[in-house]
Design a protein around this ligand. Structure first.
Ligand code: NAD
Ligand code: MG
Length: 395
């Protein structure tokens, strides 16, 4: 019998690749789809895959979809998304939303005991222990859809309990690898969006250029695998062939390799514990010749350090960092903030908004809100300062 799958964020980079993976399997049936506002693309997907329930976060888009498509039900707003999760009878939910907006559906799926294939790393960064405790309490499986973490999940199957020494995440280094801080002052949005090895959504592509993505991934790995922060290393590897490594107590290291193709990570999560037969381009090391590794330049890319600091501080600090990052990345993409303004906004927000303990999910929603407000004010302040100096975009 096929398993019922819900794809949240189905019009995005991960969502569309997931639909490709599902199309190659007899084991999965899509029972619901969601997007933010791209209603035409969403309705097209619903028609193509015989799906009868969709959700759009944007109420206007939902209204237009309901008018144009009468073969099924259109749910609307953040509540509609949660209803889609809890009412669809899904066996597995793929959360491929972007940003902390993914926390609600993550909590909804795990709370119902539904297995979760999680691409939305932000919900784990923000929700941390509460999210993993919820999965444990209901018995829902939490399966990562991130190349490094799917690789680690796969590798850790070969490590006996108590034998893990450390884990290593690789980072491509993004489009600005090798540049000094000064050389990053006036990089453009277009340059930042030109990722050297992966084709992804806008937000994660900018996170990869600042290295915040790796900071979020350190937290993601900590929560998924219960590894202490001092045992999670990051190494820059420009070819993105080695996705992650684990070191065991005997000094051996196991690495996960492959040409960059997110369908491997998506299929890993959707088919776990089996491995799907995928038509991916195969890695031949002799053709590649060499692989390179180098340390992270934290002076030029301070976001990784900021993320590690927030992670160590714990409580609502990662939530505040994440919200500030989302606001800053958004402002950068809209041309209202310079590239180096991104870590500046995050740092200033962390200083302005006091972190506290996480008592319940409510603490997170409050911290997220307060951090967004503060970050928006800081972006404006930096913009005014730049204008006063007469240098548009130069902060
Ligand atoms: P994307 O921007 O391409 O797609 C995001 C999807 O979520 C779209 O369908 C969009 O309509 C929907 N969405 C956006 N905001 C929403 C909101 N507020 N409410 C409801 N729906 C919303 O993003 P992506 O690159 O596919 O990334 C999705 C997630 O997967 C991110 O958390 C990212 O960090 C993670 N991830 C992506 C990749 C990749 O290769 N793209 C790799 C690893 C991890
Ligand atoms: Mg990744």
């Amino acid at each position: 019998m096929s398993r019922r799958l819900l794809v949240l964020g189905s019009t995005g980079s991960i969502g569309t690749q997931a639909i490709d993976v599902v199309g190659r399997s007899d084991d999965l049936e899509i029972v619901g789809l969601s997007a933010h506002s791209a209603w035409e693309a969403l309705v097209e997907q619903a028609v193509a895959h015989g799906v009868r329930r969709i959700a759009l976060a944007d109420p206007d888009a939902a209204a237009r979809a309901a008018e144009a498509w009468t073969d099924g039900e259109v749910l609307s707003g953040p509540d509609g998304l949660v209803r889609l999760v809890v009412e669809s009878g899904a066996d597995i939910v793929l959360n491929a939303l972007v940003g902390s907006a993914g926390l609600g559906p993550t909590v909804a799926a795990l709370g119902e005991g539904i297995d979760l294939a999680l691409a939305n790393k932000e919900s784990l960064v923000v929700g941390g222990e509460l999210v993993t405790q919820l999965a444990e309490a209901t018995g829902a499986r939490l399966l990562p859809v991130d190349s490094e973490h799917a690789a680690l999940h796969h590798l850790l199957r070969a490590v006996p309990a108590g034998s893990l020494e450390r884990i290593t995440l690789t980072a491509s280094g993004g489009p600005f690898r090798g540049r000094s801080r000064d050389e990053l002052a006036d990089v453009t949005v277009e340059e930042a969006l030109a990722h050297p090895t992966w084709s992804m959504g806008g937000k994660i592509t900018i996170d990869s250029a600042t290295l915040m993505n790796k900071g979020l991934e350190v937290m993601e790995a900590h929560h998924l695998f219960g590894v202490p922060y001092e045992k999670i290393e990051v190494v820059v590897h420009p070819q993105s062939i080695v996705h992650a490594l684990v070191e065991t107590v005997d000094g051996a290291q196991l690495a996960h390799l492959g040409l960059p193709d997110m369908r491997i990570a998506i299929a890993y999560a959707l088919h776990h514990p089996e491995l799907a037969d995928l038509p991916t381009r195969r890695l031949r090391l002799a053709e590649l010749g060499r692989l390179e590794f180098e340390p992270v330049d934290e002076e030029a890319f301070p976001c990784l350090r900021l993320a590690r600091q927030a992670a160590q501080a714990g409580g609502t600090a990662p939530c505040i960092l994440n919200a500030a990052n989302e606001v800053a990345v958004h402002a950068f993409l809209e041309g209202r903030l310079a590239f180096l303004g991104i870590p500046e906004v995050i740092d200033a927000t962390l200083q302005e908004v006091p972190a506290g303990p996480v008592e319940a999910f409510e603490s997170l929603y409050e911290a997220d809100h307060a951090a967004r407000e503060a970050a928006r004010r800081i972006v404006e302040r930096l913009g005014e300062r730049a204008a006063a100096r007469g240098g548009a975009g130069e902060l």
